[in-house]
Design a protein around this ligand. Structure first.
Ligand SMILES: Cc1cc2nc3c(=O)[nH]c(=O)nc-3n(C[C@H](O)[C@H](O)[C@H](O)COP(=O)(O)OP(=O)(O)OC[C@H]3O[C@@H](n4cnc5c(N)ncnc54)[C@H](O)[C@@H]3O)c2cc1C
Length: 414
């Protein structure tokens, strides 16, 4: 999609608080529609890496439209499928197709990537857009809606003025509670520990171009290749009482090994390889905040931190980005009305994804007889029929762009 010139409506410049995946994607989506934006990012440099991120066809389709897929393609892996195993016995329970199957079904591929590579690809695309400005070191501490515009103020008392502000400041969003009546996120009682391992450190039997999902009682493990197959992202999710408020709390291998003693030897071998893990607490919002108040809108994790059991957190932020850009572009003369339209367009979709993700989490962590029943069901399941049940998820296109010619990164499985 090529950038279109700005129209003469009232919307001149959008402020975006937060330069994460959602914030940069929003700036790109706006630029593609001829709308200028300033991204206000509190960090001085983008450096924190994160670990792996899965991007389903509903996300890769958007990366194509934003011009970011071209920068990411050489860094991703296209997994052939999803392999489900019993964490205790290593017995295979099911195999579901991804790769060519999902690319052909949805017209866009399923990718696994390092989160840093995804973010870098979005930044590279943004560098090419003259309509996007990024101000680093701008920690937005307050926002005022003056009726005809908004002003964001930083911790250093710098001001920045625009027509609307989109808060994409992450799961711990300060703006959510200040401007949208949202509460602080609540701890779910589950934490994830994660690491990215060089491929040489992965036991050979597990070096496959697949997403692996290992199920145990109150715990599951996911791993998949990233960095074009040079590394594997590894995540273990289990119950834990300690809550951390960042993405990078260190955690040692003994702690992980001690909590996975009943696992099959092959899986234990994999989990013993990293020297150090990073831990983060899985948060939720007990009550959904409003997504639009006057000239302010919430987006991405700030609006709806979803559990990672459907691998859709980052992709929901990409979907939000396209929808808010569409509604603003369609109603430039009345930005508050456009933001309300964004809220209406997103609420039920995000709630459905959050519900499906929570349900997956419950199914993954079953024990005893319910787990036996689940495993039996898995072994009997038609893989195609199971995957077609997710057409609503992966086949999503933005309501107002559905009639546009889709720009996909690649419909092949590469
Ligand atoms: C460091 C990090 C590592 C992550 N690692 C993973 C991972 O390994 N796997 C995974 O699936 N997901 C990970 N996530 C989450 C995933 O990236 C998000 O679910 C998804 O990208 C949603 O993006 P977002 O833009 O809504 O929020 P985020 O990606 O959290 O971005 C929020 C941005 O807002 C900035 N910000 C916060 N407060 C302010 C403020 N007051 N003023 C200005 N800027 C502010 C932050 O610095 C950040 O850049 C990670 C997120 C972060 C920030």
């Amino acid at each position: 999609m090529t950038s279109t010139p700005p129209s003469k409506g009232q919307l001149e410049r959008v402020l975006i608080a937060g330069g994460g995946i959602g914030g940069i994607a929003t700036a790109l989506a706006l630029a593609k529609r001829g709308i200028a934006s300033t991204v206000l990012e509190r960090r001085l440099i983008f450096g924190e890496d994160g670990a792996g991120i899965q991007i389903g066809p509903n996300g890769t389709r958007i990366l194509g439209e934003l011009g970011a897929a071209a920068f990411l393609r050489s860094r991703v892996t296209v997994p052939d499928g999803l392999r489900v195993l019993d964490a205790t016995t290593a017995r295979p329970l099911a195999a579901f197709p991804l790769g060519r199957w999902i690319a052909e079904r949805h017209g866009a591929p399923y990718w696994t990537a390092h989160r840093r590579d995804l973010h870098n690809a979005l930044l590279s695309a943004a560098e090419r857009e003259s309509l996007i400005k990024i101000r680093m070191g701008f920690d937005v501490t307050s926002v005022s809606d003056e009726g005809d515009g908004v002003t964001a103020t930083s911790a250093n008392a710098d001001d920045c003025r625009g027509d609307v502000l989109i808060a994409a400041d992450g799961a711990w969003s300060a703006l959510r509670s200040r401007a949208f009546g949202g509460a602080a996120p609540a701890y779910t009682g589950k934490c994830a520990v994660r690491v990215v391992l060089p491929i040489e450190d992965v036991p050979e039997a597990l070096n496959r171009t697949e997403v692996h999902l290992w199920l145990g009682r109150d715990v599951h493990v996911v791993h998949y290749p990233v960095q074009a197959g040079h590394a594997v992202a590894l995540v273990v999710v289990f119950d834990d009482r300690h809550v951390t408020t960042d993405w990078s709390t260190s955690c040692d291998t003994a702690w992980v090994s001690g909590r996975t003693t009943g696992f099959a030897p092959l899986l234990r071998e994999l989990l013993a390889r990293p020297d150090e893990w990073r831990r983060w607490s899985l948060m939720t919002l007990r009550h959904s905040p409003r997504l639009a108040v006057g000239r302010l809108a919430l987006l991405g994790d700030a609006a709806h931190p979803v559990m990672p059991f459907l691998a859709q957190g980052g992709v929901m932020a990409l979907e939000d980005a396209v929808v808010v850009a569409d509604t603003l572009a369609a109603d430039r003369a009345d930005p508050p009305r456009a933001l309300k339209a964004y809220e209406r367009a997103r609420r039920s979709r995000v709630q459905r994804v959050a519900r499906a993700s929570r349900l997956n989490g419950r199914i993954y962590h079953l024990g005893g007889l319910p787990a036996d029943a689940r495993n039996f069901a898995f072994t009997r399941m038609s893989a195609d029929r199971f995957m077609r049940r997710f057409d609503w998820l992966y086949g999503w296109t933005a309501p107002q762009t559905a009639s546009h010619q889709p720009v996909t990164p690649s419909a092949s499985s590469e």
